[in-house]
Design a protein around this ligand. Structure first.
Ligand code: ZN
Ligand code: ZN
Length: 110
């Protein structure tokens, strides 16, 4: 009796596995695909984050470190363009020092 019972459980588990494995596999594939597709953008953002300058749409080079005005608290700070040290707000764009055109920060577009 007990032998039959345990084999029944095993069969039930096997059936459950057969049902769940494709689901897990599909989810895993989805995660991997999402990660792979997001990787180039992430790499581009990180490279832009590490670089010293960002070019505006007109091609003017702008330093990512210098004097900036925070859009959130309107404080003027000296440092990295991406984050205000006064209020901690992250910038999503900054104006070109040459032509004044807004430059979107690549690492913010997610
Ligand atoms: Zn601020
Ligand atoms: Zn410009």
């Amino acid at each position: 009796m007990s032998k039959t019972g345990s084999s029944k459980i095993t069969a039930g588990r096997a059936a459950l596995w057969l049902l769940l494995v494709p689901l897990y596999a599909t989810y895993g594939l989805y995660v991997v695909l999402r990660w792979t597709l997001g990787l180039p953008r992430l790499a581009r953002g990180t490279r832009a984050m590490l670089s010293d300058e960002i070019r505006c749409p007109n091609g003017h080079p702008n330093l990512t470190r210098g004097r900036f005005e925070c859009g959130a608290c309107h404080g003027v700070y000296h440092g990295w363009v991406g984050e205000c040290p006064l209020c901690g707000a992250g910038a999503s764009w900054f104006p070109c020092g040459t032509c004044g055109v807004s430059i979107p920060l690549p690492w913010e577009s997610s």
